[in-house]
Design a binder for this molecule. Structure first.
Ligand code: FAD
Ligand code: DLZ
Ligand code: SF4
Length: 510
């Protein structure tokens, strides 16, 4: 072979121009490596899903007559890093040219560019041909602007890619229909069950177990629920447009006990591994909306499109703008460890118990559970963002650092001091009660702040704003919060702060 082409586990894009023609001088490689399985404690479903998807991709390329090697975890000559295995292959096959696609993660990007500068053969890197935007596009867009406002980036994306635009104007005369969305699930409403697969990943699972890789969460390796190839990813997309899109916006922020995904698409793993593209998801959703005007309204459609061409591309751009400094930011100087029950779900707080248990069961929680339950609590409790990141980066099926850290450290923990969010995403029990039925089955009382079994979110909420007043007091979006706090009687304030201290001191047993 003349050329070695490396494919990373999250680069499973069969429509990439690399694969348009076969070339006998090109050798492709996919590899299971400890550098990727061990940089954090991943959920076992995430590692098996990545391995299974990688193997299916390997089989597909083989079927299309490409030369490809697949290095398994248990191969005796596995060097367990991308660069180690590539070096060995370059030597073995007397390769004269090395090629790879831009990694989405800073760490891997650095590993590969360092590797290349040491090579004595030629090398070249390629776009992944997946995202709407390039790495630098967001930085260029915001160059002369003071803030990184998602909404302005999103509108630009709509116009540039002609998505939900008619005669130069936003479809329906508005860019955003959020005011029609975000309803609680009514008692009489039965949400449809999640569409799941039954993939047998016992092979991958036993490899991981034998290698003694430290993982978290639960799995039934005979029935992995996640899509592990392109066909299944497209099937999940079809299920979404047929059955979920019609309620997506309406119930986007709702949470319900024992309902682990409601009307969310669960396409994040398929997208982040690049088995499907954001363009085809966008097109399918718009087609479903146009074909079904009686059942699918614009607010559902726009709400979903904003996640794909807005938030997802935005987070990617922010990642490349802010890394590597982003890994270190800690605006509030938070230092507390993550409570141990984040790893077990063993807490009396029902909202946290439900959100964490389902994360351990399915490697999944939907956005509002991540932001307003687990993220909100960690922020109020002053947990070090490193601990928060390590948890989110491991536990979710879709967690790859570019989209994990921007959402966690940035959006959820406000550790960037407001680069992404205009105010910290905090809430007391009032919000959780409004958007879910969690409080109905809880040992704590959502209405209480200081009594014996008062909901911890209530006192911690005020404690957070009181202790961070120096940093947040001038934020106009928090003026109301501080006005309310200042209006409270000194005795009540003292009781709330005392209750918060008491809860923080016994956080492991909450
Ligand atoms: P849906 O609700 O159906 O949304 C559709 C798609 O839109 C998603 O698949 C995703 O690709 C995209 N999307 C939606 N919201 C966001 C967002 N805020 N940022 C980027 N893309 C978005 N998403 C990840 O893909 N990986 C992560 O590691 C990740 N970590 C998160 C951590 C925290 C603390 C928070 C608050 C959010 C995180 N998100 C992450 C964003 C979002 O919660 C998930 O993308 C979503 O829950 C995935 O489920 P879904 O496919 O059913 O999404
Ligand atoms: C997440 C993951 C895991 C668990 N294992 C592998 C692996 O063994 N080999 C691989 O190529 N990729 C894996 N991945 C995905 C990578 O971590 C991902 O490609 C990088 O983070 C670059 O974005
Ligand atoms: Fe969560 Fe408090 Fe409601 Fe319990 S009462 S579910 S802890 S918000």
């Amino acid at each position: 072979y003349h050329t070695l082409r490396l494919i990373l586990g999250d680069q499973l894009n069969i429509n990439h121009s690399w694969f348009k023609t076969t070339d006998d001088t090109v050798l492709y490689v996919l590899m299971e490596v400890r550098s990727e399985t061990d940089y954090v404690w991943h959920h076992i479903q995430k590692v098996t899903a990545f391995f299974a998807a990688m193997e299916n991709f390997y089989l597909e390329l083989k079927k299309q007559n490409h030369n490809i090697v697949y290095i398994r975890l248990d191969d005796t000559d596995n060097q367990n890093t991308f660069s180690g295995n590539c070096s060995a292959l370059i030597k073995k096959y007397n390769i004269r040219n090395f090629e790879y696609q831009y990694p989405d993660e800073y760490r891997v990007d650095k590993e590969l560019s360092d590797f290349c500068t040491k090579l004595d053969i030629s090398y070249k890197s390629f776009d992944t041909e997946h995202f709407y935007t390039t790495r630098e596009e967001l930085a260029n867009f915001f160059q002369d602007k003071k803030t990184l406002l998602m909404e302005s980036f999103y509108r630009e994306m709509r116009k540039k890619h002609n998505v939900l635009i008619s005669a130069g104007e936003p479809e329906g005369g508005q860019w955003n229909f959020d005011s029609e969305n975000r309803k609680k699930i009514p008692k009489s409403h039965n949400a449809i069950p999640p569409y799941v697969f039954h993939n047998d990943v016992t092979d991958q699972h036993s490899r991981i177990t034998k290698a003694k890789i430290k993982t978290i969460g639960r799995i039934n390796p005979e029935q992995l629920v996640w899509p592990v190839n392109r066909e299944q990813s497209l099937e999940l997309l079809k299920h979404f447009t047929d059955n979920c899109l019609m309620f997506f916006g309406t119930f986007q922020d709702a949470m319900q006990s024992s309902q682990w995904s409601l009307y969310h698409s669960r396409l994040s793993f398929s997208l982040n591994s690049k088995m499907i593209s954001p363009q085809e998801v966008t097109q399918a959703v718009i087609k479903a909306w146009r074909d079904n005007p009686d059942t699918i309204s614009l607010n559902q459609t726009e709400g979903f499109i904003r996640q794909i061409i807005g938030w997802r591309e935005y987070m990617r751009g922010v990642y490349w703008l802010k890394m590597p400094e982003f890994e270190k930011v800690n605006f509030f100087s938070h230092k507390n460890p993550l409570p141990g029950w984040y790893w077990t779900g063993e807490t009396k707080m029902n909202c946290l118990k439900q959100s964490i248990k389902q994360s351990l069961d399915y490697a999944y929680a939907h956005h509002i559970q991540r932001l307003m339950i687990t993220g909100n609590f960690a922020l109020l409790a002053g947990v070090h963002p490193n601990d928060v990141d390590a948890w989110y980066l491991g536990i979710y099926i879709d967690a790859i650092q570019w989209v994990e850290i921007t959402n966690t450290r940035g959006m959820s923990q406000y550790a960037d001091g407001g680069a992404i969010a205009t105010k910290p995403y905090t809430a007391s029990a009032n919000y959780i009660h409004k958007m879910s039925n969690y409080c109905d089955g809880c040992s704590y009382n959502y209405k209480e702040k200081t009594s014996e079994n008062a909901c911890p979110f209530n006192s911690l909420y005020w404690n957070f704003h009181d202790r961070n007043r120096a940093q947040l007091g001038n934020n106009p979006r928090l003026a109301m919060v501080y006005r309310l706090w200042d209006k409270m009687a000194p005795k009540e304030k003292a009781a709330i702060l005392e209750k918060a201290d008491c809860y923080l001191n016994q956080i492991e047993s909450l």
